[in-house]
Design a protein. Structure first.
Lengths: 131, 346
């Protein structure tokens, strides 16, 4: 049959779809996100775990903490370097937000970049951003 | 042990090891992260064109659609409009149903023999499970593929975010300090993909009839996709990887300014290398049914062979010698021999 024009049209469409990420983005400037550490976090120089472990596993720690607080009433986390932390996302100086004071500058940078939408803030109040 | 699946399994394990050793010990991140992916995409597109074009060039002189219902004939006989399509519109509907619903697979039957009081009887049973798992496999693979577009676009398109929200509809969380499942949120599509591909493998393995006709080329893509799904699931839920680094690598590739993040583990490179292999393998294998389904002459042609006269388009003019001409040549001799002639001599 004489369907070559349709086949070529299909192949062209296929090629455009396959290469669409490149066609759409070529020569744009890659912008890796740079989460800003607050002055307080910088001064402290440590977190509950090493930086790499926190980067990959912070979501699990938060969830384990939540269960520990809600179900067992344990509220203090002892890190490997002997420091004690309040097992809390957003209450007080010794919680996550106590140190990482800005959600927009810290959490959201990487979350938005990788299309992650954590449900922390469904319940917790987001910290007030310094304008 | 079946040599065919063993061969494929060893091939996939070897591929994993190649990527692992190459990245972990030889430091070939640039090869596995940049050179091979580019080469693979290029091979994929060019070879895809080549394969489809070789099909497009093959002559299809006759209409050979399979008729799965009553052909259009007399007005008082009901015709199966889609299963025996006589118009282009009906063919398009038939093709869409084939491509999106795997209609011909839906009609899959299973033949078996049964002992009865009067002897062995043959039965044909409707066998739906292959269709169910084929649908689950293809659609979950599509969703997984589309979900990965979050690494290829910045900002992440709304549709992709919507898809992610749908995919993580079931919030499964099981957390302890030893093992945690559920964060990041569980995407159902990845698990369905792994389950479906496992079924498709077990089907080949456990059914003697299908095992008999299965070759290494049937097992290899199954193992390859299984390994891709497994490494992806491992990376997301268990061993964890630096996802920001992964995105910056992919983002570097699609902006044509490759950059290698240092914090991405070798498991990611194994995952990426397997996908690279899949892309290269794709156009040269049975996986080309992705392009081939559009070009199936048993599905994409109308069944109007009796309603319309089809002349082979590349027929050349054939020199013919009609009976009248023959009689003109030999009329006298025929009359002399007493043979009847159509036209008497004047």
């Amino acid at each position: 049959m004489n369907d070559k024009k349709w086949i070529i049209a299909g192949l062209l469409l296929f090629t455009v779809v396959v290469l669409s990420p490149v066609l759409w983005n070529a020569f744009k400037t890659p912008t890796p996100p740079e989460p800003v550490l607050s002055a307080k976090a910088k001064a402290a120089g440590y977190c509950v775990l090493a930086k790499d472990q926190m980067k990959a596993g912070h979501m699990q720690i938060l969830d384990v903490w939540r269960d520990a607080v809600v179900r067992q009433g344990e509220r203090v986390y002892k890190s490997t370097n002997g420091k004690e932390f309040n097992m809390s996302l957003s209450s007080g100086e010794n919680s996550c937000i106590g140190c990482h004071t800005s959600k927009v500058e810290f959490c959201d940078k990487c979350h938005n970049y990788t299309s992650v939408r954590p449900y922390c803030w469904d319940c917790h109040n987001a910290p007030k951003e310094a304008m | 042990m079946n040599v065919h699946y063993l061969f494929s399994l060893i091939a996939v394990v070897a591929l994993c090891l190649i990527a692992f050793v190459g990245v972990e010990w030889l430091g070939l991140q640039a090869l596995f992260g940049v050179v091979l992916p580019y080469a693979a995409v290029l091979t994929f597109v060019v070879a895809f064109w080549y394969r489809v074009w070789s099909w497009a060039r093959s002559p299809v002189p006759f209409r050979i659609p399979t008729t799965c219902g009553q052909q259009k004939s007399l007005p008082w006989i009901n015709a199966a409009k889609i299963d025996n399509p006589t118009t282009t519109g009906a063919v398009i509907v038939r093709m869409l149903l084939e491509i999106f619903c795997f209609r011909s697979l839906f009609r899959n039957t299973h033949m078996s023999f049964h002992e009865t009081g009067t002897g062995v009887r043959i039965t044909y049973r409707w066998e739906i499970w292959l269709w169910v798992f084929a649908m689950a496999f293809h659609y979950s693979f599509l969703v997984v593929l589309l979900r990965h577009m979050r690494f290829f676009f910045e900002p992440v398109p709304m549709v992709i975010q919507l898809l992610e929200n749908l995919d993580s509809f079931f919030r499964i969380e099981w957390m302890s300090s030893v093992v945690g499942i559920g964060l990041p949120g569980v995407f159902v599509s990845g698990l369905v993909l792994l389950a479906a591909v496992t079924f498709l493998f077990l089907r080949r393995l456990l059914s003697p009839k299908i095992r008999y006709i299965s070759l290494a080329a049937d097992y290899f893509p199954l193992f390859l996709i299984m390994a891709i799904a497994l490494t992806g699931i491992m990376m997301r839920y268990f061993l964890k990887t630096d996802i920001v680094g992964v995105k910056s690598l992919v983002w570097g590739l699609v902006t044509l300014q490759p950059a290698l993040p240092e914090t991405v583990g070798s498991l990611f490179y194994v995952h990426l290398f397997l996908v690279t292999v899949l892309l290269v393998y794709f156009p040269f294998s049975k996986l080309m049914h992705m392009g081939g389904v559009f070009l199936s002459p048993t599905r994409n042609l109308t069944t109007d062979t009796r309603a319309r006269r089809h002349v082979n388009p590349w027929n050349y003019p054939v020199k013919v010698h009609t009976y009248e001409e023959y009689e003109d040549d030999f009329r006298e001799k025929m009359i002399d021999a007493g043979l009847p002639v159509e036209k008497e001599q004047e």
